[in-house]
Design a protein around this ligand. Structure first.
Ligand SMILES: [Zn+2]
Ligand SMILES: [Zn+2]
Ligand SMILES: [Zn+2]
Length: 83
């Protein structure tokens, strides 16, 4: 009698983290500071864009300083959502 065992390796798929949970640039969770801020207590707020994608303020500022204007995730023009 042959028992068919499903190989879980083929069933398990890579799951993308929700963009709300981690920075789309450095991939660090928002509960941790960005790679530039290794000292605990550094002010590293989260910046929310109008496209609803969120990044560490330092990560998105560096991204925009490099002459880019689009959101790294959805390629729409990035605008800060100040509300
Ligand atoms: Zn980041
Ligand atoms: Zn930072
Ligand atoms: Zn976006």
């Amino acid at each position: 009698m042959k028992i068919e065992v499903k190989d879980w390796h083929t069933v398990a798929k890579w799951k993308w983290l929700k963009s709300e949970d981690s920075c789309g640039i450095c991939q660090m969770p928002f509960e941790m500071a960005c790679p530039k801020c290794t000292i605990p207590g550094d002010d590293c707020p989260v910046a929310l864009g109008k496209c609803s994608h969120a990044f560490h303020i330092h990560c998105i500022m560096k991204w925009l300083e490099n002459g880019r204007t689009e959101c790294p995730l959805c390629r729409q023009p990035f605008e800060f959502d100040n509300n």
